[in-house]
Design a protein around this ligand. Structure first.
Ligand SMILES: [Zn+2]
Length: 275
């Protein structure tokens, strides 16, 4: 007889904990800046940053913009453009980007073509960069679930933002989080969403991109196998593929990226860890 209210109370607590889940505010290159732009009593504003649509979500009593800051952003004052969805009135909202130091990681890649690609590989990379840029910038109006889970448990083998030296040569900084796990370990969707793209890329190997709505995209790379197809709806925790070492990888691991307004940001901020 007294059980029902207790169960109800726990459920309410769990629901409110979910509603509260949010990436950590970290206004640095590769971080997420959370900026309140309007009260929730108003219509959801349309926000742009550097020409890209920005994720806007309700939080407590406000519409909050979750702005992905590029890893190569300069510290200083940045601006978003906030547009009223009906009147089209627009204003700029400034925010400060602080500096962040990222460490260097040295890697030895056995397949030399993955470090110094030959002509045909270079042509392939150029084509794939254009495809991947398009995917990262995808924006759908669906609401986004912000309480992400880590897609696989394993050893931290390369944090986001590491400056990379491969076979002694500088390469692009690390645009995701690497989690080492045994080949074949199931990889789970970090949140509810729709599969946006699957394929095989020169550097990323077998990949799955999931569109979580409102401009939040996640990517799972180096998979040994892919379990989903574009257009599939996935629930949080659904298996999208398995850990592997396809593409440019030194061993079996998951490379996990999250994109906001087309920019890779530190996935650790979405799982409430701030390194
Ligand atoms: Zn990686």
């Amino acid at each position: 007889m007294f059980r029902t209210p207790l169960v109800l109370m726990v459920m309410i607590l769990l629901l409110s904990a979910q509603a509260m889940a949010f990436p950590i505010h970290s206004p640095v290159p590769g971080g997420v800046n959370l900026l309140a732009v309007a009260p929730v009593t108003a219509k959801r504003p349309i926000v742009h940053y550097q020409g890209q649509r920005v994720t806007v979500v309700p939080y407590q009593n406000e519409w909050v913009a979750a702005i992905g800051i590029p890893l190569d952003a300069s510290p200083g004052t940045h601006n978003i453009a906030v547009t009223h969805p009906v009147t089209r009135q627009q204003f700029n909202a400034p925010f400060e980007v602080a500096d962040k130091y990222y460490r260097t990681q040295r890697l030895t890649i056995r397949n030399k073509n993955k470090v110094n690609p030959n002509h045909s590989s270079t042509q392939r990379i150029i084509r794939e960069l254009a495809i991947q840029k398009n995917i990262k910038q995808h924006f759908s109006e669906r609401d986004v679930q912000m309480n992400f889970i880590t897609p696989v448990s394993g050893r931290d083998s390369g944090r986001f933002g590491l400056k990379r030296i491969m076979n002694g040569q500088p390469r692009n900084p690390h645009s995701g989080m690497d989690i080492a796990a045994a080949s074949g370990t199931p990889v789970r969707s970090a949140a509810n969403g729709v599969v946006l793209h699957t394929g095989n890329f020169f550097f990323s190997g077998n990949v799955v991109y999931v569109d979580h709505g409102s401009g939040v995209i996640s990517m799972y790379a180096h998979l040994s196998s892919i379990n989903v197809r574009p257009g599939d709806s996935v629930r949080q925790g659904a298996i999208v593929g398995n850990v592997g070492q396809t593409g440019r990888a030194t061993g079996p691991h998951l490379h996990w990226s999250i994109y906001l307004n087309g920019q890779a940001i530190d996935p650790a901020l979405f799982t409430q860890k701030n390194y």
